[in-house]
Design a protein around this ligand. Sequence first.
Ligand code: EPU
Length: 432
Amino acid sequence: MTKYIVQGGRPLFGEVEISGAKNAAVAIIPAALMVDGTCRIENVPQISDVTLCLRILEQLGASIRTIDRHTVEIDSSRIRSTRTSYELARKIRASYYLIGALLGRFGQAEVAMPGGCNFGVRPIDQHVKGFTTLGAKVVVEGGFIHASAENGRLKGANIYLDVVSVGATMNIMMAAVMAQGNTVIENAAKEPHIVDLANFLNSMGANIRGAGTDTIKIQGVDRLRGGSYAIIPDQIEAGTYMAAVAATGGQILVKNIIPKHMDCITAKLVEMGVEVEEHEDTLLVRRTGKLQKTNVKTLPYPGFPTDMQPQITSVLSLAEGTSLVTESVWNNRYRYVDELKRMGASIQVDDKTAVVEGVDHLTGAPIQACDLRAGAALVIAALAAHGESEISCVQYIERGYEDIVEKLRGLGANIRSVEVPGEIEELEAHIG
Ligand code: EPU
């Protein structure tokens, strides 16, 4: 088992390069299954969720060529099977994108039910509603979701989502790309990775308009051909480093970002007294004075992202005054709070709201990550805390953050990764 040992209390200084977006990559890689030819994907983050996605594609018959650390070529012209490995697919939440991709191209898919939930109920009813509206039959049997299109091809339709869902929007978009006729998705999610997936599919020959607004229009095409595409930078990874320097103090240059994607996070940090200077594809983030309280409510894009809620709560636990954090996307995303309390944070959670009373400092402690962003929040707290912290279950963190230890060390943090013998790595319940 790997643990991180952090000696906290050092301000961060230097530059950090942001990797490709995890939540775009875990959709674009399955979408490559729809392409009858080879697609080259650049800016692919080196994280374990991506490795899993690529292994699933290989198992289905795609051939994968690694060009360099961040570039892969995927040739899906000889797919052998539309049934995913149970063991692989159940480990990753994003395996649900394989349904849209396989169903869209081959008219059928058998995908293991996605992995366990770490923050409450994570239904996929809106995905299923989309597929059935497009003419598929969907049943769950033996741990697998079986989806098949009548006569082998889906038919374009109008779909109104009852909840704004990132996953359902992307999954239905994939399924509709090669459906017969036109599809309209209304009340669609607008996250940057939705635009990225649409751009990827369009660059392979799809006809999708309106991604990034709440109405997406898709004109079905007969086939997708090969091409080349670069994934956008990871908004949440960038936000996590911004939150880290907010907590520790110091000054860092966050490189390879799209500043517009960061506005919702930047605005909150500025309210807290952090200085943020925007350049073309970098942000200079500085915190010298005291942190001020603020209130944060998570919302679908362009609101404050739920995937930054744990990290901002860590920062607010060190701000002057009492802040309110409201989680309105997920119904149980405060499991990390008990770990922050071990470090001296003063936080009371009541249902969807956390009341965060800022403390003067946190103290290092043995703490455990319970999911990806919770893990990132603990790293931030440990970097700012007085003394040593030992963070366990870091495999969650490594599902979504490329080289986090090396990147933080590059900013002057005292953090190292150590192998602890004799303990079994737990790699189940995944939430990404
Ligand atoms: N929902 C439904 N029915 C559905 C789908 C969603 O009721 O069929 C509800 C969910 O229960 C939730 C809300 O709608 O309350 C939003 O869920 P959404 O479908 O948008 O989430 P997701 O697609 O499963 C992705 C990210 C999450 C991120 C959310 C929200 C991936 C692989 N995961 O999940 O990322 O929190 O969107 O932005 O893209 C992370 O990266 O740490 C992570 C958890």
